[in-house]
Design a protein around this ligand. Structure first.
Ligand code: TRP
Length: 522
């Protein structure tokens, strides 16, 4: 998710993008250029985190504290985790207790509102670029399913088939097909069909979502997306124009069949991996100007690759990840053969020095997948003290993963076309039954509510107040043309981003010119 916990940089070039599109070459080049630009400017090297590329400095893992500072989001504190437990009456999910979901934007605002009895909805998504999901892809969905159960709220899931078409060497039809295939894996993560709407961008574009996209698009300039996303003159214009598509579902009036036509009927909380933050930074900046709430975010770290967080990986490397389709035997082989070990070279050394938890992938993955807190602590002690050997912690990981993968395969097997259609249906839902313990109250509705239902609009949803325009004008009057003013730091960051983007573009142009010269001379 992005909540998607991604694999680290190197891994993304490998496992996630076996077919490199030209953009990836460009991005790879940009990184070098960026380094050069920075060296020229006598600055320190920077890590790269965008929705398409994640790269630490010198092959190291991502510095998350630095990322929080750069992006301007906040850390999730243990107080906040306890507050979630109090508000929902449910023990926090291990991903939350153990800091996999570690950053947020305005999560406290959502909790304040929830405690006041206000409603919100969840929004997450997936770019369907391949048929075979790996374990990392499931993490945001398992977490989102937990959020849905804990808070008893509705959820929309965007399949960005258009995004993958624009960024990968795939046909649009293939991306659509992959979206439907991926929907099976997503549904298998345990969502409630009554409260969940899954949609494909290319299919849902004839709805009010498009209106929101246009309103958002009008607020954002080319210079801004260059700064935020690093687009260059070589990006195709579909890519440059894509961000509003991912921004729009943050506003409930995109989904009148679920939430009615009122932009302020609900707040939105987005679980995603932190690489998706740029999209929603942009969305939050625009929100007041189009009359909506800023979406809140709950953001995860990246899921570490099997071969370790620092080593380089080669492209299309099937051994770099465990796929949800792998058999128990394949899981066993891959973990034993490839899981990066923090163990020592000889048993004697290992007993004396102990295993290094900072780099050991079995340990890291157990932190994601082993439910039992006490057992986890014990394994950590045993392994780091040298009493437990590398082969033993790997065996523990295999024993943990196999039942999870088998359960997923069984759940996916049970998803038929009728169930996918139910999740993707735009039939008006009963607004009230999306929240709390009410279940399906369709049968219990009074006659006036039914009589007043508008075609295509959720039954009993708050009516549109038609005052959007007026409110926006009010906001503009209060804050100047641009809606809520950006903070000084935000402005500085945008400016710096734009300068870096410009520098990159200049260097790329110079390079291109040189190549041309060289060609001309040959
Ligand atoms: N861009 C995301 C991806 O490539 C998919 C996505 C769309 C998403 N909307 C989202 C992820 C909202 C998290 C939250 O996977």
């Amino acid at each position: 998710m992005t909540i998607e916990p991604r694999e680290l940089a190197t891994a993304r070039y490998g496992a996630r993008s076996p077919t490199r599109h030209s953009t990836h070459h460009h991005r790879a080049m940009d990184v070098k250029d960026d380094e050069r630009a920075n060296a020229n400017a006598n600055e320190t090297k920077t890590q790269i985190v965008t929705p398409w590329d994640v790269e630490g400095v010198d092959g190291q893992g991502v510095d998350y504290d630095k990322l929080i500072k750069e992006f301007g989001c906040a850390k999730i504190t243990s107080d906040m985790v306890h507050r979630i437990e109090r508000a929902t009456g449910v023990r926090a999910h291990p991903f939350l207790r153990r800091g996999m979901f570690f950053a947020h934007r305005e999560l406290d605002g959502i909790l304040d509102a929830y405690e006041r009895g206000e409603k919100f909805y969840l929004y997450t998504g997936r770019g369907p670029s391949s048929e075979s999901l790996h374990l990392g892809h499931l993490i945001p969905f398992h977490f989102t399913a937990w959020l849905q159960r804990a808070f008893k709220v509705p959820l929309v899931i965007q399949l960005t088939d258009d995004e993958k078409f624009l960024w990968k060497d795939l046909t649009l039809e293939e991306c659509e097909r992959l979206g439907r295939e991926n929907a099976k894996d997503i549904i298998a993560c345990g969502f409630d069909a009554k409260r969940t709407f899954i949609f494909s961008d290319v299919n849902y574009m004839c709805t009010p979502m498009y209106k929101n996209m246009m309103k958002i698009a009008k607020c954002v300039t080319l210079n801004q997306v260059r700064g935020i996303f690093g687009f260059t003159g070589d990006s195709n214009i579909g890519q440059v124009g894509f961000p509003p598509t991912q921004a729009a579902p943050s506003f409930p009036d995109c989904f009148p069949h679920m939430f009615g036509e009122n932009k302020k009927s609900l707040r939105c909380l987005i679980p995603c991996a932190i690489d998706q933050d740029p999209y929603f930074r942009m969305t939050r900046d625009v929100a007041p100007r189009i009359g909506g709430y800023k979406p809140a975010l709950i953001e995860s770290r990246f899921f570490p690759a099997l071969k370790g967080e620092s080593g380089k990986m080669s492209a299309s490397d099937a051994s770099s990840a465990i796929y949800v389709t792998d058999s128990p035997k394949e899981i066993k082989n891959k973990v034993n053969k490839y899981a990066f070990s923090g163990g020592q070279l000889t048993v004697e050394d290992h007993r004396r020095i102990g295993g290094n938890l900072d780099v050991d992938i079995s340990w890291k993955w157990l932190n994601f997948f082993l439910e039992d807190d006490e057992e986890l602590v014990k394994i950590g002690e045993e392994y780091s003290s040298g009493r437990m050997l590398s082969g033993e912690i790997k065996a523990k990981l295999i024993d943990t993963l196999v039942p999870i993968v088998l359960a997923h395969q069984a759940a996916r097997q049970a998803v038929d076309d009728a169930l996918i259609d139910e999740f993707m249906s735009t039939q008006p839902r009963v607004f009230a039954s999306l929240f709390g313990n009410m279940g399906d109250i369709a049968g219990a509705l009074d006659e006036t509510t039914i009589a007043n239902a508008k075609p295509g609009v959720a039954i009993g949803a708050p009516a549109a107040d038609g005052d959007d325009e007026k409110k926006i004008i009010q906001i503009q009057a209060q804050t100047g043309e641009n809606g809520e003013p950006m903070s000084k730091t935000q402005q500085k960051k945008l400016l710096k981003d734009a300068q870096i983007a410009e520098k990159k573009a200049r260097i790329a142009e110079e390079k291109a010119a040189k190549v041309k010269d060289a060609e001309a001379n040959n």
